[in-house]
Write a new protein. Structure first.
Length: 229
């Protein structure tokens, strides 16, 4: 959707996301209003307060992230049917989707580093979305099932966002809104080891997992199984 087609509320929200990505959450409402080319009074009219604007931005970022996860999953389903060619297409689509969402990733990392109740709420909703995506991927035959799906979702969110946050600290982007450059740099450094780890894992047998599960309290501890190669 082109900018001129957006409603005033949506235009202000998207301008706020861009402003928060570039300047951080301490950016004043005046900066958001200037970027959206509206008055500060109109921002307050639509959102009530800066907190209300921030909540709308969080919701939009989560919705976009959810949509990207769905695109990646659909690419994985095509891969299962299409073999190596399908895999290449899926990876290309995934990188393109992430590149378009690069500023969203910066927004998410800013949320994490800010901490507090807002960050915790944002993370919890992201974890719920991740678990739903993983369950759908398992059903589609793209991902192996987990002994504990909710725990895996939490771990994946911590692993992926932690890695991205560290990478952005080590390699700060000249332009935080340049999603293509952010993802291109991150992918060049991380794509091979991340994909290798996701595909093959780390250990050659279940010895470590057996030991962890043996010490896990409760009668409902799952029984480890050898993954299918």
């Amino acid at each position: 959707m082109v900018v001129s087609d957006l409603t005033a509320r949506a235009r202000i929200r998207d301008a706020a996301i861009d402003t928060f990505v570039r300047e951080g959450f301490s950016a004043p409402l005046r900066a958001v209003a200037d970027r959206a080319r509206v008055s500060a009074g109109l921002v307050i009219h639509h959102f009530g307060s800066k907190a209300g604007l921030r909540a709308a931005c969080d919701e939009q970022v989560l919705a976009r992230s959810r949509g990207q996860a769905a695109e990646v999953l659909s690419g994985g389903q095509d891969t299962a049917a299409g073999g190596v060619g399908g895999l290449g297409d899926a990876i290309a689509q995934t990188l393109q989707s992430f590149a378009q969402g690069g500023p969203l990733l910066v927004y998410i990392t800013r949320t994490l580093t800010e901490g507090g109740a807002v960050a915790r709420s944002f993370l919890e909703r992201l974890i719920v979305d991740t678990e739903a995506s993983m369950r759908a991927a398992v059903t589609a035959g793209v991902v192996r099932p987990s002994l504990d799906e909710p725990a895996r979702a939490r771990y994946l969110v911590a692993l992926s966002l932690g890695a991205l946050t560290v990478d952005l600290v080590l390699h700060p982007p000249p332009d935080p809104a340049d999603g293509g450059a952010i993802i291109a740099g991150y992918a060049s450094r991380m794509m091979v080891p991340a994909t290798e780890y996701a595909t093959y894992g780390l250990f050659t047998d279940t010895t470590a997992l057996d030991a962890v599960l043996a010490g896990r309290p409760g009668p409902d501890a799952p029984t480890p199984q050898e993954p299918t190669p």
